[in-house]
Design a protein around this ligand. Structure first.
Ligand code: FMN
Ligand code: SF4
Ligand code: SF4
Length: 251
């Protein structure tokens, strides 16, 4: 079973690619915490790196998983470049549940946060080809249930960015805001949000628990959601090319 958390499909694409080769099923982390997974012999976790850290939502969900201490557990980080403390934190949280992390790695993907700084994540699609070798290696390793941890060290930057005041500051600055003049109340953002933090009545209303996945920013068809005070130009909106909006709604 491969569990994922994804805002713009990079992590879902990785999870699916692995699952296709290993004959595993994929499931969102949000759904997985509602299930008893203790019979699963192999559990994969795929999620992005946010500010050199595990996404706050993953940090809350991971300890709620019901998995067996005997399962082969692996973690794959999808990131622009740096996994930071993502794997170190998973190792620690799993250990608290009596589970040993067997394997970890990262795959570089287009950085979906670039849109917050006026840059275009679509200019980074060269990473698919450049880092395809990494995904192939991960698949080969997971198939034989190799025990090997990569990118699992402690990162000072990750620790620093995870301090509550910086994390909250980041959410305040980068957190999505709705431009009500542009919003047509289509409801897509509500369905895309992996943690159900958006309610749409006539207009979208973003709640207080944003985990900064940027799914709503990238998928809004009206470019009505801003981040860092910047408009999400259509040409800068990104999602993994193998992943459709429909895929993202199956949560
Ligand atoms: C708020 C935010 C912060 C991010 N911080 C980092 C980071 O510190 N290091 C990094 O390599 N990528 C970072 N990224 C990029 C994502 O990790 C990357 O694009 C990931 O593949 C997105 O996965 P998804 O499409 O499954 O959501 C960040 C993205 C967001 C939205
Ligand atoms: S996706 Fe955009 S247009 Fe649709 S409800 Fe959300 S903010 Fe409004
Ligand atoms: S509100 Fe938007 S950015 Fe925040 S978690 Fe939901 S979809 Fe992601």
């Amino acid at each position: 079973m491969i569990l994922y958390f994804s805002g713009t499909g990079n992590s879902l694409a990785i999870a699916r690619n692995i699952a296709q080769s290993t004959n595993d099923r994929v499931m969102t982390l949000t759904e997985a915490v509602q299930q008893d997974l203790t019979a699963e012999k192999r559990i994969g976790l795929v999620y992005p790196s946010y500010d050199f850290n595990m996404p706050p939502a993953v940090r809350l969900l991971l300890p709620q998983l019901k998995i067996s201490a005997d399962a082969y557990v692996f973690v794959i980080i999808s990131c622009g470049a740096q996994a930071g403390n993502c794997i170190w934190t998973a190792k620690r949280l799993l250990r608290k549940q009596g589970v040993r992390l067997a394997y970890s790695h990262k795959v570089r993907m287009p950085d979906n946060s670039a849109i917050a700084f006026g840059r275009n994540p679509n200019n980074q699609i060269w990473k698919f080809e450049r880092f395809a070798f990494r995904l192939e290696r991960i698949i080969a390793d997971v198939k034989v249930e190799r025990h090997e941890l990569h990118f699992n060290g402690w990162s000072f930057l990750g620790w620093l960015m995870g301090q509550t005041f910086l994390e909250k500051g980041m959410i305040r600055t980068l957190g999505p805001k709705v431009n009500t003049d542009k919003c047509i109340g289509c409801g897509i953002c509500e369905k895309v949000c992996p943690i159900n933090n958006i309610v749409v009545n006539e207009k979208a209303d973003i709640g207080k628990h944003c985990t900064l996945c940027f799914g709503c920013v990238h998928f809004c068809p009206q470019q009505a959601i801003t981040t860092n005070g910047r408009e999400a130009l259509k040409e800068r909106q990104y999602h993994h090319p193998e992943i459709t909006l429909k895929d993202m709604l199956q949560k």
